[in-house]
Design a protein around this ligand. Structure first.
Ligand code: NAP
Length: 267
């Protein structure tokens, strides 16, 4: 077996982390060397996902396991509160971060880019690893050139910590790059209930729906003279993100500094 990239997973016993562990164990070119999580410490991570034991035990000591395992890459699906500290530790150990955790600010991204460059390694931050979602963002960016009046509605489960979603922010950034900034709608508009018009980004609105039963969806709605255009993406299960994570784990080995957004890997 040609196991040439050593992968550590942070948030390994979480919902996304378990899918990453499966993806790594299923790919003979990847080797799972560490599983980090605050929950399930000491348990064999493969057994936890219903696979045969693999000998990698869940640990909460990121620094120690990265040093010991000589990981090449750390895939992080933890929480917006943990991810920066995890990434600083990874980079200090010259372990390349592949980050799916959302909630990043432009300053965070700049800091990690600087740290990666200082340490001579690459990193990837992708608010969405789903190839369909990336196409939705690319199509939206293209439509904004011709239909600059736009609103985004994103839908997630009610336990999501950050709003708006990382995907909607990334979509808004791509739209803004193709649309001259202007404030949409009636300048005399008032909100009788605070927040009714959603969050304002670059003159257009982002609305976050949080409900039990919802997984992850987004609509980008463009309005023009006598017409609307809706671009919609629906995610139904976490496994759908894994082909993207797999590509990122391999691509990150060739990078210097942070690449923000999985769209950079899709022509
Ligand atoms: P989850 O089920 O809550 O899993 C997060 C896991 O991380 C939990 O097991 C948590 O442990 C653990 N954790 C928290 N802090 C940690 C730390 N410092 N070190 C190690 N482990 C830590 O959440 P999820 O649904 O998997 O989502 C994780 C993140 O991925 C979220 O930010 C979500 O928005 C994002 N996401 C991204 C994509 C994408 O394509 N980029 C797709 C889906 C989700 P405890 O339970 O003990 O706190």
């Amino acid at each position: 077996m040609n196991s040439n990239i050593k992968v550590a997973v942070a948030g390994a016993s979480g919902r996304m982390g378990r899918e990453v562990v499966k993806m790594v164990l299923d790919d003979p070119t990847l080797q799972l060397v560490a599983a980090v999580d605050r929950s399930n410490e000491g348990k064999d991570i493969a057994k936890l996902i219903g696979y045969d034991e693999c000998g990698v035990l869940v640990s909460s000591e990121l620094d120690a396991v990265l040093l010991q395992s000589k990981a090449d890459v750390l895939v992080d699906f933890t929480t917006p509160h943990s991810v920066m500290a995890n990434s600083r530790i990874a980079i200090a150990n010259r372990v390349r971060p592949v980050i799916g955790t959302t909630g990043f600010t432009p300053d965070d991204i700049e800091e990690l880019d600087k740290l990666c460059r200082e340490n001579g390694i690459g990193g990837i931050i992708a608010p969405n690893f789903s190839i369909g979602a990336i196409l939705m963002m690319k199509f939206a960016a293209q439509a904004a050139k011709y239909m600059p009046h736009v609103e985004i509605i994103e839908y997630h489960g009610d336990q999501k910590l950050d709003a708006p979603s990382g995907t909607s922010i990334k979509t808004a950034e791509l739209i803004a790059a193709n649309r001259e900034e202007f404030r949409q709608g009636n300048p005399n508009e008032t909100e009788t209930i605070e927040g009714a018009r959603g969050g304002l980004y670059n003159g257009f609105r982002i609305h976050s729906v949080r409900l039990p039963g919802v997984f992850a969806q987004q609509e980008v709605i463009f309005g023009g003279h006598g017409q609307t255009l809706k671009i919609r993406h629906d995610s139904y299960e976490r496994a759908g993100y894994m082909p993207g994570v797999n590509i990122a784990v391999k691509k990150v080995m060739e990078l210097q500094g942070i690449v923000y957004g999985f769209e950079h890997f899709i022509d």
